[in-house]
Design a protein around this ligand. Structure first.
Ligand code: SAH
Length: 257
């Protein structure tokens, strides 16, 4: 595990501006969290209107970061789901995206992004996302970080994400087809690593590719097979792991299909 130069004491989680040449981005998430009001189907306002997303954010459990709330308001979730499901795009619900995978529900996405930006005193540098899926969370990450590398193992979804994201022209988002269990060494080290699929343990590559001061957020299976959200901070003193609430993400699998 790399333990390189320690960050300055006053800046526990510095950013890591990208200096790479640019190249050419489920969650049946059901936290055991608080009950939430049932979302009404959007009415009166069109899905293209920002008002529908403002309403969605208002209904979610409190979002700590204004940046995260703003990103959720800006990114049009209905552009990432099948046309038959657009009516549910702004409900706090996970939706199928094909190939047996799901887009995480907005409250879980918000929670993970909040954890990613929490306590930062400087902007977020490079971020690695494992599990591009339909590309929704990747689009949000691109609003929050200087560079985003998002990796997907299923070609069909990788291509779908590319289609979904094309109109947004996010120049700092790099979509990759590959096995995210290996991370993506070319973009490392990362100020943040966020996984949308959970395995029995955290792959060693993720820890190795986490920058000093960086934070990793991922679902991990606990005894009995249930998953919990785990945060790993690469601190001056070493790695610090925190186990948070139960979650339900799709499985992390190896290989590319
Ligand atoms: N963030 C996504 C969520 C997709 S669901 C979204 O906003 O839509 C999780 C994704 O992780 C699935 O698409 C699944 O294929 C992918 N996945 C699982 N194991 C993986 C691995 N080893 N490498 C890359 N992607 C993986």
């Amino acid at each position: 595990m790399s333990r390189k130069s320690a960050p300055a004491p006053q800046t526990p989680r510095p950013s890591f501006p990208a200096r790479l040449p640019s190249e050419g981005a489920g969650v049946r998430a059901r936290t055991a969290a608080r009950p939430r009001p049932v979302a009404e189907p959007p009415s009166g306002v069109g899905l293209d209107s920002q008002a529908v997303r403002v309403q969605m954010v208002r209904r979610l459990p409190a979002i700590a970061s204004a940046e995260v709330a703003q990103a959720l308001t800006r990114v049009e979730r209905h552009r990432f789901v099948d046309s038959a499901l657009v009516g549910q795009a702004y409900e706090d619900t996970a939706l199928p995206i094909g190939l047996g995978q799901t887009i995480s529900k907005p409250s879980v996405v918000a929670r993970m992004l909040d954890l990613l930006v929490q306590g930062r005193t400087v902007p977020l540098g490079r971020v690695l996302e494992i599990g591009t899926g339909c590309g929704y969370q990747a689009a949000l990450l691109a609003q929050l970080a200087s560079e985003v590398y998002s990796i997907e193992r299923l070609r069909g979804l990788h291509e779908k994400a590319r289609e979904n994201l094309r109109p947004m022209r996010l120049r700092n988002l790099h979509l990759l087809l590959g096995d995210g269990m290996l991370g993506y060494a070319q973009g490392a080290p990362y100020a943040g690593i966020i996984a949308a699929a959970g395995g029995a343990h955290l792959p060693a590559a993720w820890i190795e590719q986490l920058a000093p001061g960086g934070r990793l957020i991922a679902p991990v299976e606990r005894s009995g097979g249930a998953q919990a959200l785990v945060v790993v901070d690469h601190t001056r003193e070493g790695l610090r792991q925190t186990v948070l609430e139960p979650v339900h993400f799709v499985p992390l699998k190896s290989g590319v299909l």
